[in-house]
Design a protein around this ligand. Structure first.
Ligand code: DX5
Ligand code: ZN
Length: 217
């Protein structure tokens, strides 16, 4: 069976002991560390800043998986890669056209990071098929972005299936990640649909992290 990666979302971590939270999830088998970045414009919430990523990017060996939910991804992408993002994921809904998305993917690669593209629940998987050849990852949002602790939207499962089919049949080198409302049960549905990386925030933090990470794998 293929490896399933778990990416704890720091949105639900205890910020007063962030270093311990990060080191714990790494010790318990997480291989990606999911940083949610929000600007209060693209989504009605604010979260991690460049300084946070800079401070903690090198204290662990997980992939710094930075998910930017912002209205000016071109500027923010650069700042977060400089701060230590290994994988930079922006939203297709935040750019004007697929041409712009394509340019930004090239920029991200030029800066030495992997490029991910995220789709909100109302955006179809098929609408970004044209960009798959250039992408390292597609992030399927299974909740409306903005807040942790929401309920999983089952339509994400069909999107993962459609992406898996397209990626495999064309031989692209692109991972599929899902984010929002992931727990043991919804994680299982996504794994069966062909996902590679499970993001989970409220399911992991504030609980027995080892037991929760193991249950997702
Ligand atoms: C939502 C974020 C998610 C969120 C996941 O906008 O992108 O990463 O923190 O949280 P849970 O796992 O609690 O749904
Ligand atoms: Zn996220």
């Amino acid at each position: 069976m293929k490896t399933i990666h778990v990416a704890p979302s720091l949105l639900s971590a205890d910020k007063s002991k962030l270093l311990d939270e990060i080191l714990e999830v790494e010790r318990f088998g997480a291989t990606y560390l999911h940083w949610d970045v929000m600007d209060g414009i693209f989504v009605p919430n604010v979260s991690y800043k460049v300084e946070d990523v800079k401070k903690y990017a090198k204290v662990h060996h997980m992939v710094n998986d930075v998910h930017i939910m912002v209205s000016d991804p071109e500027i923010e992408a650069q700042l977060f890669i400089k701060a230590g993002a290994d994988l930079l994921t922006f939203h297709i809904e935040a750019v004007k056209s697929h041409e712009e998305a394509s340019k930004l993917i090239d920029e991200i690669h030029k800066m030495g990071a992997k490029a991910g593209l995220s789709i909100k629940p109302m955006t179809s998987a098929e609408s970004i098929f044209d960009l798959l050849p250039k992408l390292d990852l597609v992030l399927v949002m299974s909740v409306e972005p903005g807040f942790g602790g929401q309920k999983f939207m089952p339509m994400a499962v069909d999107k993962i299936k459609a992406l898996r089919k397209e990626i495999d049949s064309k031989g692209y080198n692109c991972l599929i990640e899902v984010d929002g409302g992931i727990n043991e049960e919804t994680g299982k549905l996504c794994k069966e649909a062909g996902v590679d990386i499970l993001v989970a925030g409220s399911y992991i933090f504030g609980h027995d992290k080892k037991e929760r990470i193991d249950s997702l794998k």
